[in-house]
Write a protein that binds this ligand. Structure first.
Ligand SMILES: Nc1ncnc2c1ncn2[C@@H]1O[C@H](COP(=O)(O)OP(=O)(O)OP(=O)(O)O)[C@@H](O)[C@H]1O
Ligand SMILES: [Mg+2]
Length: 331
């Protein structure tokens, strides 16, 4: 039985300008023990999907099961299995950290939970803040408490909605260490959304990419990476590129990146540049990464235009033209 099963999930929001289709027939399963990545540009529907999973929003159609329990008709059982770290920082200002965690334990009927609370405080670097009031914590510390709160009832499925947005390097490492341990040693299932593609690449065994509420890719991380052009030629120039190169390029200011799988492709590009009188500077060849696949699938790949900095989301450019690797359910 899958840990999480999304079955034809659609979510429509009525807006003054007509219906907004935040999710359109999203179907995929996450197996027990998977470390699963949910990626997509801003507004793709990631948080909406997680809200439906957590029972915070109601799907317009379709259903979601957590270990076989329907998140609507069997809410209590589904919710008990889930630990959700929300994208937004929400907290109760009246309690200190330990109290907040005890109260959260109470919601799940766990009375004597202090041993696990201590483990969470230690693991997330909060031990010295146990008696600090929530108001006295920095943003990053509040995020640690939110993570502890999500884990306090020992959920088997951990859902993290951009847990590392605006978080320093140290917390990021602490967090990944902690969550990876839970995934490996306890077999917890993890569903992660992030805009840090190198994070997804390092942690997730399988990835779904959403675009405009639809699944545009669903594959193992290695299969996704294998689909990218294997090498990228990168150089700097102030000159305009000829159109035949420009249509394949990712251009960020002076930096141009072009897919170039082999020596012949590199030679061709350089010859073409010489032909039109463009002299490239700082030439290098790098291995393609998840960002290249992501940009291809979410719209900006192969088009001239701004390329996001690490951690930014690519601008959304046009509709998906292909759906790849999506399992039988979605086909
Ligand atoms: N309560 C709401 N009412 C109307 N529209 C909404 C509501 N919540 C979300 N949306 C819309 O649904 C779409 C998906 O939003 P969602 O928050 O799921 O995106 P996301 O993938 O999580 O983006 P981000 O990377 O920015 O967090 C967006 O167009 C958003 O404006
Ligand atoms: Mg979101």
């Amino acid at each position: 039985m899958p840990a999480v099963s999304f079955q034809q999930v659609s979510k429509t929001y009525p807006t003054p300008r007509g219906d907004l289709h935040a999710l359109q027939s999203v179907s995929f399963d996450i197996e027990e023990g998977e470390f699963f990545g949910l990626l997509g540009p801003n507004g793709a529907g990631k948080t909406t999907l997680i809200s439906v999973l957590a029972g915070l929003a109601r799907a317009s159609s379709g259903r979601v099961l957590v270990h076989g329990s329907d998140v609507q008709s069997d809410y209590a059982n589904a919710r008990r299995r889930l630990g959700v770290v929300p994208q937004e920082l929400v907290f109760d200002p009246f309690f200190n950290v330990r109290e907040a965690l005890r109260i959260q334990s109470g919601y799940f009927g766990m009375q004597r939970n202090d041993a696990w609370i201590d483990e969470l405080l230690d693991g997330l670097g909060l031990a010295d803040k146990a008696t600090a009031n929530m108001r006295q914590l920095s943003g990053g510390m509040k995020r640690r408490v939110l993570i502890a709160q999500a884990l306090v009832h020992k959920p088997s499925v951990i859902v993290l909605d951009e847990p590392t947005a605006g978080v320093d390097v140290e917390l990021r490492q602490t967090l990944w260490q902690f969550v990876s341990d839970l995934n490996k040693s306890r077999g917890s299932t993890v569903l992660l959304t992030t805009h840090y593609l190198e994070e997804a690449e390092a942690l997730c065994g399988r990835i779904a990419m959403l675009k405009q509420g639809r699944v545009v890719a669903l594959e193992s991380t290695s299969a996704l990476l294998a689909r990218a052009a294997s090498n990228v030629l990168r150089f700097k120039t102030d000159a305009a590129l000829p159109i035949d190169l420009a249509v394949q390029a990712r251009i960020t200011g002076r930096v141009v990146q072009l897919p170039a799988n082999d020596a012949l492709a590199v030679e061709r590009i350089l010859a073409r540049l010489r032909e039109v009188g463009v002299s490239p500077e700082d030439i290098e060849i790098r291995k393609a990464d998840l960002e290249d696949v992501f940009l291809d699938l979410t719209g900006n790949g192969g088009r001239p235009g701004p390329v996001p900095l690490p951690g930014e989301t690519p601008p959304d450019a046009g509709a998906a033209d292909t759906v790849t690797g999506v399992g039988a359910r979605n086909a």
